[in-house]
Design a protein around this ligand. Sequence first.
Ligand SMILES: Nc1nc2c(c(=O)[nH]1)N[C@H]1C(S)=C(S)[C@@H](COP(=O)(O)O)O[C@H]1N2
Ligand SMILES: [Mo]
Length: 524
Amino acid sequence: MEPEHQFDRKPVHTAFACVVAVGAAVGFGHLAAGIIEPHASPLLAVGSAVIDVTPAPLKEFAIRQFGEDDKVVLLSAIGALLVLLAAFAGIAARRSMLPGMLLIVALGSLSSIAVVSRPTFTPVWLTPTAISIIAGVAAFWWLHRTAVVVTVPPRREQALTRKTWDIPGVGRRTFLVSSAIIAVSAGAAGVGGRLAEQRAGVQNERAALKIAPDRPAPPIPANADFLTDGTPPFITANSDFYRVDTALTLPQLRADTWRLRIHGMVEREITLTYDDLLARELIEKTITLVCVSNEVGGPYISTANFIGVQLAGILREAGLDPRADQLATTSSDGWTCGTPVETVMADGSNALIAIGMNGEPLPIAHGFPVRMVVPGLYGYVSATKWLVDMEVTTFAAFTPYWVRRDWAERAPVKTMSRIDRPRSFARVPRGRYTAAGIAWAQHTGIDRVEVRVDGGPWRDADLSREVNVDTWRMWRIELDLPPGDHRIECRATDRNGYTQTEERVPPIPDGATGWHTVAFSATD
Ligand SMILES: Nc1nc2c(c(=O)[nH]1)N[C@H]1C(S)=C(S)[C@@H](COP(=O)(O)O)O[C@H]1N2
Ligand SMILES: [Mo]
């Protein structure tokens, strides 16, 4: 005889249930982290762990493709993967809730491993993950239970349908309402976590600080850039300054509790407070910062007036062991960096322990309250943001973050140049046209920039007024363009007489080389 009715679940419902449950796990975990410790968010910890284990060439690719949106792309990719996994586990959980539960617990365990792997981990950081697992399990248990639909043989359908929806806690209506409530509260929890994180932030404290140098940098002369011809402004506004780091959550360090311990191969350890820095002579230096990941023609170069204390003076007070060759620095979130002692201690080095940028306290994204700036070296070997520890050591004894990931131990900035106008594939009027761009040879100075069109003879470009050897220099050149497609190239020569090589090498391991080339066309 035909059964009167059957209890069943539709795969689309259990898949949906599992996606919502995983969403609840992520959202509530993030909320708990926002209250307890932002870096302990299961989602962000997994993201940070992924950043740490991604092979350098892939990371290189990601930075190239997505630029400063790399972090958004990473989190979106993790989100998409979670939805996919949850949907599959949900489909498999049509009869038994086990596959969905297993997935939630497995993801929770993975997050715990990620949380524990964070450099500054403490045990309370596991609380958000525990809450996340509980939220996910509870949500899936309930939704799986309410996802039951009752099917009845067709001929009895009319008689029984009404009744089946009356079974308490079961049926489409309960399922949909529960799903909606859980999904909305998970979203609210996620947003709440973000707000809690921001409330714990230090932007108000930062805004209240005033920083004035004792020795200001000389004013930037008007002819230091060729802005109207298409170069960047000489000084990059803080909001436009390029940003590259591994921080998914910006460290929020208070200036009044900040400490820097200088130790290792020194005669006397020194611990500095923010007030100690303010009490010293604050100097202002105009410095260009470049990222080793910058491709030929790339955007990861900016210039600012940095305010800070001369690093060499502090190290001299500490008394350096002559055998020390590396300055190992650590940020509050555990990123590490190794800088050659000889660069920092060289005569005329403008290496700074910096607290200000363009007249303001350092922006939080650029290292508030204190960072390092060492002209002449790529950022990953010199420019530690959220600086909290400085150990005088040797290259043999310590291998920093990026060097462990195949980037070079030493990385002076290479002499390079870039074309800013015309842009790739621009259509420009034929005849007289001014091309312009930038060149840099940090701590050496630019001597000359040459430009050629369509493989013709190299011609010298005009150079802007030099501000100092630690900054970029702008160039421009007047061209006379016949109509048609063209190709423009530039190359810089520095004060050592070195002309940048044509050979194209990728950024890894110690910086890209090659002439920047732009294809464009001139029209009537
Ligand atoms: N704490 C910390 N400092 C860091 C990094 C980082 O990932 N974490 N990245 C470095 C790199 S690779 C560069 S190029 C510079 C970029 O500094 P900016 O973001 O202020 O431009 O910071 C350096 N300092
Ligand atoms: Mo960098």
